[in-house]
Design a protein around this ligand. Structure first.
Ligand code: GDP
Length: 298
């Protein structure tokens, strides 16, 4: 995902190596190069501005260090600022003290929600949890079956409306799934909601109604990192329409420029909890800002 950005940043910072003290002009020139690299990687402009300002201010104000030469010092600052825009500390999944915990997934159709539901279920199961997948995407004809298939692959139960009962009401399904979880002792409920191709009001209202019915411990906004700048506008729409407590980035294995991934946290103020990087259920992990920053800096 970040190959081009990573190459660019590495070469910009490489140019500083071997220099003695860095003048303000050196720092400005480096900052300009970093700015171009970030913009070309599709990072949102306000994020780039803030990032460059921080790097410049800190590099110019940096104490002379015994341990690090000037180039190393700039690399250290860039690394720390990258970790900062990616969210700083790793944010753990918030589970309820009294089970069942409820995790609701929201996002556009095709963002990878259903796949993620399976990944999350498998990940939780490996940690000794007993997740229940809940099919609340009743709009798309195949969505329920798709979730059931994913559930089988993960080896977890899926709760869905009985076939033959019409389309069914997603809010009612969500509500009943909590009773079912209590009855069958599932300690985590993962609610897959409907996604449209674009943001629309009905989708938002339905997601908000489901949210009100089940009061999730986490509402995760699932976003395809390949959709570039649109990720930021979609995230803002979901934040205002449904609200969410965290973000999951999907398709990080793609070869897009990755700027979305670098912007979403800063723009929404919500932490990235997980990253999805492939079609297999195992292609999934907790998101660690420091590891991602190291990967980008090569
Ligand atoms: P939903 O409409 O939001 O439920 O999205 P799906 O879970 O159906 O995913 C849409 C498509 O993206 C499917 O073909 C998935 O196999 C694929 N997909 C999901 N997550 C990833 C990922 O992390 N990497 C890749 N390469 N493909 C993914």
């Amino acid at each position: 995902m970040f190959d081009t950005l990573s190459d660019r940043l590495t070469s910009v910072l490489q140019n500083l190596r071997g220099k003695g003290k860095l003048s303000d002009a050196d720092i400005d020139a480096t900052a300009r190069e970093i700015r171009i690299a970030l913009l070309e990687a599709d990072v949102a402009l306000p994020v780039v501005r803030e990032f460059i300002k921080q790097v410049k201010d800190r590099a110019k104000g940096a104490e002379v260090s015994q341990a690090l030469n000037p180039a190393q010092q700039v690399i250290k600052i860039v690394n720390e600022e990258l970790i900062g825009i990616l969210g700083g500390e790793t944010r753990r999944l918030n589970l309820a003290k009294n089970p069942p915990s409820v995790i609701m997934l929201a996002g556009l159709q095709g963002s990878g929600k259903t796949t993620l539901a399976g990944k999350l279920a498998l990940w939780l199961k490996k940690q000794g949890h007993t997740p229940l997948l809940v099919a609340c995407d009743l709009q798309r004809p195949n969505a329920v079956t798709q979730l059931q298939v994913v559930g089988e692959r993960a080896g977890v139960t899926t709760f869905a409306p009985e076939p033959g009962n019409g389309v069914g009401d997603p809010v009612d399904v969500a509500r009943r799934s909590i009773e079912e979880a209590r009855r069958a002792q599932h300690d985590v409920v993962i609610v897959d909601t409907a996604g449209r191709l674009g943001v629309d009001e009905e989708l938002m209202r339905q997601a908000a109604d489901i949210r009100d019915a089940v009061t999730p411990d986490e509402t995760l906004f699932v976003v395809d990192a390949m959709i570039g700048q649109d990720a930021v506008t979609t995230a803002e729409a979901f934040r205002d329409g449904v609200g969410f407590s965290g973000v999951v980035l999907t398709k990080l294995d793609g070869d897009a420029r990755g700027g979305a991934a670098l912007s979403v946290r800063h723009v929404t103020g919500k932490p990235i909890l997980f990253a999805s990087n492939g079609e297999k259920l195992e292609d999934f992990d907790v998101f660690h800002p420091d590891r991602m920053a190291s990967r980008i800096l090569g």
